[in-house]
Ligand binder design. Structure first.
Ligand code: DC
Length: 224
């Protein structure tokens, strides 16, 4: 039987990573943070001085990426890059390399390899549309740009990273526009996705919403 997949897509700072991680934990399933893979490629390019618009060179970095997710940390070429990965500069660079078709193609199989038993919760921009089109549940998690800027600000401050609310608001709008307007796998809800606006919802309510849908769709779909 095919491994069941829940795809959670949405714009940056919509809470999809947090929600997807908790849902995966509650179900005892694997979790894929696909944004982290694009961030790793961008970081690898920045560290090696590869120009972010050099499509073949960045795609080659993507195919050879020496990365690991272990013990709650992320490793790149044997170095713990967990903190660097979450920086806004890394996110913005990731959004640029993610617009290159050859980079997306180079990362496809690597992302699909996370689909292992007993199941996978994957979050990103194109989980439901491109990477796991057969996902039995597709969620599009969103929130207003203002509330996403506030959430990202709080997250960065809590991690001891630099943050400025006006810059964040501006970057989020710019990143949304780039992610939504690119030619390949643009950010938009799939026709078969359930849209959930979390502007006024707590993380717990969003998690419960997803778990309720899982319970409904699992009947007849899954055996555990
Ligand atoms: O979710 P995030 O902020 O960590 O993602 C960083 C960037 O990577 C985001 O601006 C767009 C890109 N991305 C993508 O294009 N496709 C994905 N599946 C995940 C992320």
């Amino acid at each position: 039987m095919a491994v069941p997949v829940i795809a959670i897509d949405g714009p940056t700072a919509s809470g999809k990573g947090t929600v997807a991680g908790i849902v995966a934990e509650k179900l005892g399933w694997h979790y894929l943070d696909s944004g982290a893979i694009y961030r790793l490629v961008a970081l690898s390019a920045l560290k090696r001085g590869v120009v972010l618009t050099d499509e073949p060179a960045v795609a080659a970095l993507g195919s050879q990426l020496d990365a690991a997710f272990r013990g709650g940390k992320v490793w790149l070429d044997g170095e713990d890059v967990s903190t660097e990965l979450r920086r806004e500069e890394t996110g913005n660079a990731a959004s640029k390399v993610a617009a290159l078709p050859a980079v997306r193609a180079a990362l496809l199989a690597r992302q699909q390899a996370f689909g292992e038993a007993p199941g996978l919760v994957a979050d990103g921009r194109d989980m439901g549309s491109v990477v796991f089109p057969e996902a039995f549940l597709k969620i599009f998690l969103t929130a207003s740009a203002e509330s996403r800027a506030q959430r990202r600000y709080k997250q960065l401050i809590e991690k001891g990273l630099p943050a400025n609310i006006d810059n964040l608001r501006h970057d989020i709008q710019e990143r949304d526009a780039r992610d939504a307007s690119r030619a390949v796998a643009p950010l938009k809800p799939c026709a078969d996705a359930v849209v959930l606006d979390t502007t006024l919802l707590s993380i717990d309510s969003a998690v419960q919403f997803v778990l309720d849908l899982v319970a409904k769709r699992r009947v007849g779909t899954l055996k555990n």
